[in-house]
Design a protein around this ligand. Structure first.
Ligand code: MSP
Length: 469
């Protein structure tokens, strides 16, 4: 049986969703919708969720005078609402505080311990709570974490347990990456990962002594599991504790931005190899949305929220603008000014105008049209989606829109009548239905509406799909 399992990172609950986290989740939604259409809906599993343990969440909760779980409970609905707002249709929302996840994570840790991959030690070094990770001195910029330049790192020295990352990476992970036993995409990211491995890998501490908000180590209850190790396990645990989901492991695609690629492309693989679990097939790291060249983040105060977008551009307008904003995989600056322009050009004047033009002519002609029920993905659109080039897939679809627009201008169907008019309209209607079908994973409501408007036999003129801004 063919199946497809796609995941997003599980987001920290210290922050409400912004369009950065929305970007990844939307991309996963597009791919899940595409494969549901291709393989059947039961053969796709799309997992997202929240990462709720660790020092960062405990500190944010404290600032809010809440217990960590109260705090997490108050943020989780914000994620669910945002995904609903954008018509993101995930199959399951996992929370790492779910006891079923905790149990599976704990069993996995015990397994690593039993197989001799864990040993006690002490760790000393700069720790960034924002990233929830230790840094090497050489990685810091002006003594601060490069991703959180607004905060000091803390120097921590702790007794904790280590995972034999070095050994597993050198003996197993590196050859597997080189052989493409699993894929790291885009290629440039794979090369970065390889280069970093070549520089030398150190064992990682997998537990924290000073952090109580976490999953206790099964063999030493005075320590909790390091949040990253346990968070990665969510992808696997969901397929074990949910009913009828075992067949989805290994994941077909772990999606994320480049900030957390190392965890997914190297550490996660090493853990799975040590636990003798099959590896995911593809790790894809896209770029960052930036504003004026800076990463969008709450601490920098330059975020755009999904609600702001939807208020302005509608659900599908927002989905379109987000996913076509930059070539999928690269960084890119985004601005509302650029979104306004693109909305007017591609949606109001492009797709929307074409649909209203053709429906008007069809209504006026009063002909009956044949629709048939066959429709298919354009081969190249499908290829781009399967290669995670969503922007390219959309470019192809928009080429079809502008081709039909041009043809309409040339033929001037408003001057035609009888057989000529009918044959022009008949063909245009099928083309628009084909366009809508190909758009369905990107703009599901719009696609459905267009397919419904062009259902035949008679066609009525419609309200503009995308009112001009
Ligand atoms: N909790 C960890 C992930 C654990 S996964 C086992 C985490 N959470 S996060 O809330 O910080 O989310 C990081 C992810 O959010 C990025 O990898 C990316 O998917 C998304 N993005 C956050 N900001 C973004 C941009 N400005 N641009 C693009 N993606 C963004 O890390």
């Amino acid at each position: 049986m063919k199946k497809y399992y796609v995941t997003t990172p599980i987001y920290y609950v210290n922050d409400a969703p912004h369009i950065g986290s929305t970007y990844t989740t939307l991309a996963a939604d597009i791919i899940a919708r595409y494969y549901r259409e291709k393989l059947g809906k039961d053969n796709v599993f799309f997992l997202t969720g929240t990462d709720e343990h660790g020092q960062k969440i405990a500190e944010s909760a404290k600032k809010n005078n809440q217990t960590p779980i109260e705090f997490a409970d108050s943020i989780v609905p914000k994620f669910k609402e945002a995904w609903k707002l954008l018509n993101i249709n995930y199959d399951y929302f996992i929370r790492t505080t779910d006891p079923r996840h905790e149990k599976i994570a704990s069993d996995l840790l015990q397994k690593l311990h039993d197989k001799g991959y864990i040993y006690p030690g002490t760790y000393e070094g700069p720790y960034c709570v924002g990233c929830e990770r230790y840094y090497k001195e050489s990685e810091l910029l002006n003594n601060r974490c490069p991703l959180h330049p607004d905060k000091d790192v803390s120097y921590q020295k702790e007794r904790n347990y280590f995972f034999k990352l070095k050994e597993v990476v050198e003996n197993e992970v590196l050859p597997k990456i080189k052989n493409s036993d699993y894929k790291i995409l885009p290629e440039i990211r794979k090369n970065e990962v390889l280069a970093r491995i070549e520089q030398g890998v150190e064992d990682i501490s997998i537990s924290r002594e000073g952090v109580t908000w976490g999953i206790p180590l099964p063999w030493d209850k005075n320590q909790t599991c390091y949040v990253w190790v346990e968070a990665l396990m969510n992808y696997y645990s969901a397929t074990r504790f949910l009913e009828n989901k075992e067949i989805f492991w290994p994941a077909d695609l772990h999606l994320m931005a480049k900030d957390i690629l190392w965890f997914h492309a190297v550490i996660w693989e090493a853990i799975l190899i040590a636990a003798e679990i099959e590896l995911p097939k593809t790790i894809f790291a896209h770029g960052f949305f930036t504003r004026d060249g800076q990463k969008m983040s709450k601490s920098l105060g330059n975020v755009i929220t999904p609600q702001e977008l939807v208020d302005k551009y509608g659900v599908d307008g927002s989905r379109y603008l987000l996913i076509s904003a930059v070539a999928f995989g690269t960084d890119g600056d985004i601005s509302l000014e650029a979104f306004d322009q693109k909305y007017n050009a591609d949606l109001a004047n492009g797709l929307g105008n074409l649909v209203s033009r053709v429906t008007k002519l069809a209504e006026k002609s009063d002909f009956e049209f044949e629709i048939g029920n066959k429709n298919h993905f354009d081969k190249n659109v499908a290829k781009h989606i399967e290669n995670y080039r969503f922007d390219e897939a959309l470019k192809l679809i928009w080429q079809k829109i502008s081709d039909l627009d041009k043809k309409t201008n040339e033929i001037e169907p408003w001057k035609l009548e009888g057989k000529d008019l009918r044959s022009f309209l008949q063909e245009s209607i099928l083309t628009i239905r084909h366009i809508a079908y190909n758009l369905q994973s990107f703009m599901p409501q719009t696609a459905e509406k267009i397919l419904d408007d062009f259902k035949g036999p008679k066609i009525k003129s419609v309200e503009p799909l995308f009112p001009r801004i």
